[in-house]
Design a protein. Structure first.
Length: 429
């Protein structure tokens, strides 16, 4: 949840508090802090919240003229009921400079009136807001005619929550077996679905509690196996934080090789580390993890005989949408063709189909405008949500980013259908 503020102006900041989807007034709400970082940072201001209505509270921040453009945060600290711990949440404020009118010329040049900037092309473009007009035109076109697609992008070393994968080898770049932990990206969890929160617990995650289970480091990626001489073992994750205030449903995938047909695996979840439910019931009423909380995962693996090969656990992933419309829109312009002439006459050749879309900050307000995070990366892929190609996945290639008007207006790419034997089709969650 982010808002935009202008330097030198006041901005109204709100917080809404829900209990099982219904607005309610918490037992305690402390003063709201304004910070310059999402974690830690400098406290710039302290504001007293005002109750607007049930569950809705407001503060008003006067943005100082001396403040720099950038991303700031308002932090709310609250307690639902007297017996619960305090909860803390920060929300983004994108602070932008005010757009001042252009300074008119003080002297007449070339018989032009005072203040005329027609001969200064860059100034004319800025003052007539041509870049913003182009961006609005493109966004209207995309919203009216664009096709909905889910987007997956590979994680980067700067992505929050990633860890180095155990499939990385010194002798060769290839793992010993197909890596479900990172999909060959070398960073876990490999790919994430845009506008979704993805959480995971892998064989090498910190905080695991293992009962009659050990990490096998003989092959890469490392997997968790039953100890010799036992038929049952338990893998328990530590607390994994999640943020699901919209109470959206969860998807999940457990990557474990059973090896032997009689081997079994049971996966359970909990939000209090006391009462566990089967993972298949994660979206049931009263059990679904919602709000801001922690989730715990318990995996029980068994084999019939101690002489049977052990199941091999690698990773479990869970995710949920963070918006009501967790997809992007793409649009294909007219197909490009070039003429050519042969001994038999003229013919036209297709020079490829390109799709285009807006910067990703158009679909996720938490992404900073005109930043590298707004770009679709090479080797990303998307899946059609509707139409005759629903469910089909396509890989993006030959990306191009348009910044001709000094702002990031749109991006385009070619795509190809993912083949049955590719990681995008069968493996990536």
């Amino acid at each position: 949840m982010s808002v935009v503020g202008i330097i030198g102006n006041e901005i109204e900041l709100y917080a809404r508090f829900y209990d099982t989807g219904v607005l309610f007034d918490p037992f305690e709400i402390q003063d709201v802090g304004i910070y310059d970082a999402d974690v830690g940072g400098t406290l710039l201001d302290t504001l007293t919240p005002i109750r607007i209505s049930t569950g809705i509270y407001q503060v008003i921040w006067d943005i100082s003229d001396s403040l720099n453009q950038g991303k700031y945060y308002h932090e709310w600290t609250w307690r639902a009921i007297v017996s619960l711990n305090l909860k803390v949440q920060r929300y983004i404020i994108n602070v932008l400079p005010s757009i001042a009118a252009p300074t008119p010329q003080l002297e007449i040049r070339n018989n032009l009136a005072v203040g005329y900037w027609g001969r200064n092309i860059s100034q004319r473009i800025q003052c007539e807001q041509i870049p913003n007009k182009v961006k609005v035109l493109l966004s209207d076109k995309l919203l009216s005619m664009g096709k909905d697609v889910y987007l997956w992008q590979q994680v980067l070393s700067t992505t929050s929550g990633v860890i180095d994968c155990s499939c990385v080898k010194d002798s060769t770049e290839r793992a010993d077996t197909t890596c479900s932990s990172c999909y060959g990206i070398k960073l876990i969890p490999g790919y994430t679905k845009f506008n979704h929160e993805t959480i995971y617990s892998s064989s090498i995650s910190a905080g695991l509690t293992l009962t009659d289970i050990s990490l096998n480091t003989d092959i890469k990626p490392h997997r968790l196996l039953l100890d010799d001489g036992v038929t049952t073992g338990i893998i328990e994750s530590g607390a994994i934080s999640f943020y699901n205030p919209l109470q959206n449903n969860w998807d999940y995938k457990v990557d474990i090789a059973l090896i032997v047909s009689t081997n079994t695996v049971t996966t359970e979840f909990s939000t209090d580390d006391i009462t566990y439910f089967p993972i298949t019931e994660i979206n049931d009423d009263g059990k679904k993890p919602v709000g801001i909380d922690d989730i715990y995962i318990k995996i029980t693996v068994t084999r019939v005989s101690t002489t049977d090969r052990s199941p091999e656990f690698e990773i479990i992933r869970l995710r949920h949408a963070i918006t009501d419309q967790p997809f992007i829109k793409i649009l294909r312009p007219q197909i490009s063709e070039i003429p050519s002439w042969t001994a038999y006459g003229r013919r036209s050749e297709n020079v490829g189909e390109r799709f285009w879309t807006m910067p990703l900050d158009f679909f996720d307000s938490n992404i900073q405008l005109d930043s590298s995070d707004a770009k679709i990366l090479e080797n990303s892929f998307y899946e059609r949500v509707t139409g005759i190609n629903v469910g089909n996945r396509f890989v993006t290639t030959k990306l191009n980013y348009n910044e001709e008007f000094t702002i990031f207006t749109h991006q385009s790419f070619e795509s190809r259908k993912s083949q049955p034997n590719e990681v995008y089709t069968n493996l990536v969650f």
